[in-house]
Design a protein around this ligand. Structure first.
Ligand code: FEO
Length: 392
């Protein structure tokens, strides 16, 4: 694709990756993604903001064919989907300076072997003049690595935010046209990579509140012509209240745990508690992560195998522990054959979750009527906890 004009002397460059289905060998990309770079031509200097994932380097290099002079390459974030083509850009424009935070400099040297003399480091709040356009660099750590910063183009009131506010969508629509679709994709993106850093992101949002931002141009997905749409969504995901919901990832081997799940869900619904149920045998972990953003309770359903939880249930627990959602309560349900340490093992896997553990319900073999009643009691206990904490 050729460069696309956003405003006078400001262009989208980069690549739309329609076919990519997995990020970091982990995160599902049902709608592909894009790697957005931006070219800003000032009256005196020209800057390229970020680059593209190395397999797409040819597209960016082709777009840069029409650029006669490049003075700066701004690297907001050292992860290779944005930085990976920078060495080739610097090869093409050997006089260009690579502008980054000092922390990113070290990471870019480690990851891409960029020589030290190529760098110009900038401090938080520092500006760089391109003549009639001024770039202001704002440190925004943990969106999504510790070195990340964003660029505010003062004259045009555009925030170039890299991963921050991004979404994995492949499309030819440069700007957000379907807010519902983008909300879903951006929420998925937040859940998968930003959620663990909520408290820092809250500070990043507070920092940006003092800027008049008319447009946000992230490095994945579409440009937001209404910045408030995505900023308000982030505020809700970071600071919003918990919902009266149970997230229920489960796996069943011989239908006993499955029967328990069915009864438990029914009991929760009767008590007025919503449920999001995920069969871990075939689950989109992005959807599971999204459900964790504001659910009050997580209950893991697992049979006992090899004296512990099923590995899929352990995976869900590991993931929840890594994502550090706001969840307040946790329990475990499932069936075992003759013994084991399922509860102890799972409980030991979630040190990051500041949760109250509500008494698990484990049954021996196929669930009996007493086991079903115990599940009703657990559902009632969860509903009561939610009420006590005004979680509606
Ligand atoms: Fe899009 Fe953290 O890289």
């Amino acid at each position: 694709m050729k460069p696309r004009k956003i405003k006078d002397n400001i262009y989208w460059m980069g690549s739309v990756d329609w076919d990519r289905r997995l990020f970091d060998a982990l995160i599902p990309l049902p709608d592909g993604t894009s790697y957005n770079a931006y070219l800003i031509k000032g009256s005196e200097k020209t800057a390229l903001l970020d680059s593209v994932d190395p397999p797409m380097a040819h597209e960016l290099l082709s777009q840069l064919e029409g650029v006669s002079q490049l003075d700066y390459v701004i690297s907001h974030h050292a992860e290779q989907d944005h930085s990976g083509t920078i060495p080739l850009v610097l090869e093409k424009f050997p006089d260009a300076k690579l502008v980054s935070s000092p922390k990113a400099k070290g990471m870019l040297m480690d990851l891409l072997q960029v020589p030290e003399e190529s760098f110009k480091t900038v401090e938080d709040g520092e500006t760089l003049s391109l003549g009639d356009k001024t770039l202001k660099f704002i440190y925004t750590p943990w969106v999504h690595w510790p070195e990340t910063m964003v660029t505010y183009l003062e004259e045009d009131k555009i925030l170039f935010s890299c991963d921050f506010f991004g979404s994995h969508i492949a499309t030819t629509d440069l700007y957000v046209t379907d807010e519902g679709r983008v909300y879903e994709a951006a929420k998925r993106y937040f859940a998968e990579i930003m959620m663990p850093f909520r408290s820092v992101i809250q500070k990043d949002l507070e920092k940006l509140a003092s800027y008049e931002i008319e447009m946000i141009a992230p490095s994945h997905g579409q440009i937001y012509p209404q910045a408030s749409f995505i900023i308000d969504a982030y505020r809700d995901w970071v600071l919003g209240p918990l919902r009266n919901r149970v997230v229920l990832p489960y796996v069943s081997m011989h239908e006993s745990t499955r029967q328990m799940v069915d009864r438990f869900v029914s009991a929760l619904v009767e008590k007025g508690v919503g449920v999001e149920q995920f069969n871990l045998v075939d689950t989109d972990i992005g959807k599971l992560a999204m459900a964790l953003i504001d659910a009050a309770t997580i209950v893991i359903g697992t049979p006992t195998i090899l004296a512990g939880p099923h590995p899929y249930a352990a995976y869900a627990a590991f993931l929840a522990n890594a994502l550090r959602p706001k969840v307040k309560f946790l329990s475990i349900i499932g069936s075992y054959g003759w013994g084991g340490k399922t509860v102890e093992v799972l409980a030991g896997m979630i040190p990051n979750l500041k949760v109250e553990i509500i008494d698990p319900v484990l049954c021996k073999g196929v669930p009996s009527e007493d086991d079903f009643k115990a599940l009703d009691t657990l559902a009632a206990a969860i509903a009561e906890k939610h009420k006590e904490h005004n979680i509606t």
